[in-house]
Design a protein around this ligand. Structure first.
Ligand code: GTP
Ligand code: MG
Length: 201
């Protein structure tokens, strides 16, 4: 699949104010600073579609982008950011949970994981929660340009091993570098195949 057009639609903190749920939708989530907004820019070939920053906590709202005038990408705030209020620290905020649990057209959530780090409890907890709630998700390992390929493979194997303590199978996963511009084709093909099933209905 190719992305020809990508346009910002609306930002908000309320599910009820999101655009009408009338088309396929894919959202990106993960710890603050993991590279969600950068990945959206890389995948859509836009430098500044989603706002990025070196400082964690940049994306604070639910941001909808219209892709190819057919489906939505959604950039979500990160979780686990130390400077947010104590109540939210280490937890995904309520409005994000509301969005994930009740957005009927959310076909897949891409959970971004920093490929450099060992499995973090907050990400494992988050994916466990998704599993309990029956939310379809896949994993995107980010910032692979910061590792040699042998270290990357080692980390990916270790991550899989950790996941298999909780899951029967490793969820579908992708490896990307937004800086190095690698890995988007597999993600786009995956989205294309889900879209095909959705729009056939
Ligand atoms: P929040 O909105 O704060 O939750 O962060 P985010 O997950 O949207 O991260 P963002 O895309 O803003 O990127 C955070 C930082 O990581 C920025 O300084 C990016 O330039 C950097 N970054 C993102 N992706 C990559 C990557 O693939 N490689 C490298 N080296 N840096 C990256
Ligand atoms: Mg962001």
């Amino acid at each position: 699949m190719k992305i020809n057009t990508a346009e910002f639609v609306i930002s908000n903190t309320k599910l009820s104010l999101c655009p009408e749920a009338d088309r396929a939708e894919y959202a990106f989530i993960g710890r603050s600073n993991v590279g969600k907004s950068s990945l959206i820019n890389y995948i859509t070939n836009h430098k500044k579609l989603a706002k990025t920053s070196q400082t964690p906590g940049k994306t604070q709202l639910i941001n909808h982008f219209m892709i190819n005038e057919t489906f939505y990408f959604v950039d979500l705030p990160g979780y686990g950011y130390a400077k947010t209020s104590k109540k939210n620290r280490g937890k995904w905020q309520e409005f994000i949970a509301e969005y994930i649990l009740h957005r009927e057209t959310l076909l897949n959530l891409f959970v971004l994981i920093d490929s450099r780090l060992p499995a973090q409890e907050i990400d494992l907890d988050f994916m466990e929660w998704l599993g309990e709630k029956g939310i379809p998700f896949s994993i995107v390992f980010t910032k692979t340009d910061k590792l040699t390929s042998s270290k990357l493979n080692k980390n990916l194997l270790a991550y899989k091993k950790e996941m298999l303590k909780y899951w029967e199978e490793m969820p579908i996963s992708f490896s990307t570098s937004s800086t190095g511009k690698t890995g988007k084709e597999a993600i786009l093909n995956y989205i294309g195949s889900i879209n095909e099933g959705y729009f056939k209905k």
